[in-house]
Write a protein that binds this ligand. Structure first.
Ligand code: BTN
Length: 258
């Protein structure tokens, strides 16, 4: 059982998670926050669910998570301050917040896979789904949905990257309340840094990405592109270098080392 009081004691934020919605079961925490019939939700609202019946991953994949064992939550951002041109940096900041929290609390090394998977020893411990609703060209609600495998030890199904959990990697039962508070504390700090020091976010993110400089393939729907993972640009997009040294900017896709 998730102890709200314990979580609240460890939360140090001003905005993120100050409005906290706890659900035993929900379709998807992302869907809930994107649904315009759920009105008047404060900026920084966090929806947390013990179980999602329609948990969603990137590229229409399903996100499975056993009830009461993991962290499945979404953060709503509506403040115009964050919804400007650097939305993609929020994507990177989300995965960075998860990676930093796992490192700080459990001394486990993490690495990041573009755009936002968090891995431990090459296995996926967390996935992130960033979604938005807009009015015309203006983003109204930005939702970053984060799934972290925490105490689950058995995974069934087909996965594009083999899964793991913090418990499997640390041999410890993990206090979910402490981890969630740590992720939200780090996320709020990084969100501020996007305006003040975006290059620091990129630097920290890149220092955990082992694929830079490697031969990769990037696939999006039916198209697969090959080249060298040259860098991440100032907006967090992947720069793919082709054989003739041309650089192509990649906005979406699944990356794997060739
Ligand atoms: C991925 O790796 O493909 C992204 C997985 C994102 C899962 C999280 S769990 C909380 C939030 N609600 C959802 O339906 N999905 C995200």
């Amino acid at each position: 059982m998730f102890e709200l009081e314990n979580f609240d004691l460890k939360l140090n934020t001003n905005v993120i998670g100050r409005n906290f919605i706890y659900a035993e079961e929900i379709d998807s925490t992302n869907t809930y926050l994107l649904d315009k019939t759920n009105k008047n939700l404060a900026d920084g609202t966090v929806v947390f669910a013990e179980k999602q019946n329609k948990g969603r991953g990137r590229k229409d994949r399903v996100w499975y998570s056993v009830k009461d064992q993991n962290l499945n939550f979404s953060i709503l951002l509506t403040n115009r301050k964050y919804l400007g041109k650097n939305i993609n940096l929020i994507n990177l900041a989300s995965s960075l917040a998860v990676a930093q929290s796992i490192e700080n609390l459990f001394q486990l090394n993490t690495n990041l896979k573009w755009p936002n998977d968090v891995l431990i020893k090459g296995k996926k411990v967390s996935g992130i789904l960033l979604e938005a609703t807009s009015q015309g060209s203006k983003v109204e609600r930005l939702v970053t949905g984060i799934g972290i495998n925490v105490n689950q030890t058995m995974f069934q199904g087909n996965f594009n990257i083999p899964p793991t959990s913090i418990k499997l990697e640390s041999n410890e039962n993990i206090e979910r309340e402490r981890l969630l508070a740590e992720v939200l504390n780090n996320f709020e700090e990084l969100l501020e840094k996007i305006s003040t020091e975006p290059e620091a976010i990129l630097k920290d993110w890149k220092s955990r990405c082992r694929m830079i400089g490697e031969k990769i393939e990037v696939s999006d729907d039916n198209v697969t592109k090959y080249g060298i993972f040259d860098d991440i640009d100032e907006n967090g997009f992947l720069l793919l270098k082709s054989r003739d040294n041309k650089i192509e900017k990649i906005h979406f896709g699944d990356v794997s080392v060739q």
